[in-house]
Design a protein around this ligand. Structure first.
Ligand code: SF4
Ligand code: SF4
Length: 191
């Protein structure tokens, strides 16, 4: 059995809660799941190992709005604006190292971003407010926000899209759509 597949049920995904009177700095980052699992907020949750969120530019150009639609037409992708007004794209994708038991299979060499993630500030544990100010699960969600919050840009984008489509499609794509090559106009001799 590889080290990653060993049943490391004594290793938790995050730091253990401090025992009463313990020095937080000295608390080992190991959670005795067998004894304490049901006490810990991370028990039975592995949400933070099941997505990747990457900051993106705030959209302001037609191209950037267009890209947002492109992202949101894909399943498993959402976009959100956090409480600081920063924009993120989020991919629903499970980490390869998340074990069937919901543990980190590479706990002692996991990326620093995972190590630094503090479960105490995790949105799953801070229930008073949503993790994001606006969440767009799909293009319809975004359209509603876009039309309401940025009406001028919304109408400009509609014009942008109409103009781009009015310019016609690539003849090669038309050929594929129709299943037959487009006929070229024959020129009369002498013309
Ligand atoms: S840190 Fe948050 S998302 Fe991650 S396992 Fe714990 S409760 Fe779940
Ligand atoms: S490396 Fe470990 S802690 Fe980081 S996302 Fe993967 S399973 Fe979770």
């Amino acid at each position: 059995m590889s080290a990653e597949n060993e049943p490391q049920t004594l290793l938790a995904k995050g730091p253990a809660p401090d025992p009463p009177g313990a020095d937080a700095e000295a608390t080992p980052q190991l959670l005795p799941v067998i004894q304490k699992a049901s006490d810990h907020p991370c028990f039975d949750c592995s949400r933070c190992c099941r997505y990747v969120a990457v900051e993106i530019d705030k959209p302001s150009t037609m191209k950037e709005y267009d890209h947002l639609y492109w992202y949101l037409y894909h399943g498993g992708i959402s976009v959100f604006i956090d409480w600081e007004g920063d924009w993120f794209i989020q991919f629903e994708t499970k980490c390869d190292h998340l074990t069937a038991q919901g543990m980190c299979g590479i706990y002692e060499r996991r990326p620093a971003i995972c190590k630094d993630f503090d479960w105490r500030e995790c949105e799953q544990n801070v229930k008073e407010e949503a993790a994001e100010k606006h969440l767009f699960r799909n293009a319809d969600d975004f359209t509603r926000w876009f039309e309401e919050k940025r009406p001028k840009a919304f109408h400009r984008y509609q014009r942008f899209l109409r103009k781009r489509h009015a310019s016609g499609e690539d003849p090669e794509l038309e050929r594929l759509d129709n299943g037959a090559p487009r006929k070229k106009k024959k020129r009369k001799a002498g013309k």
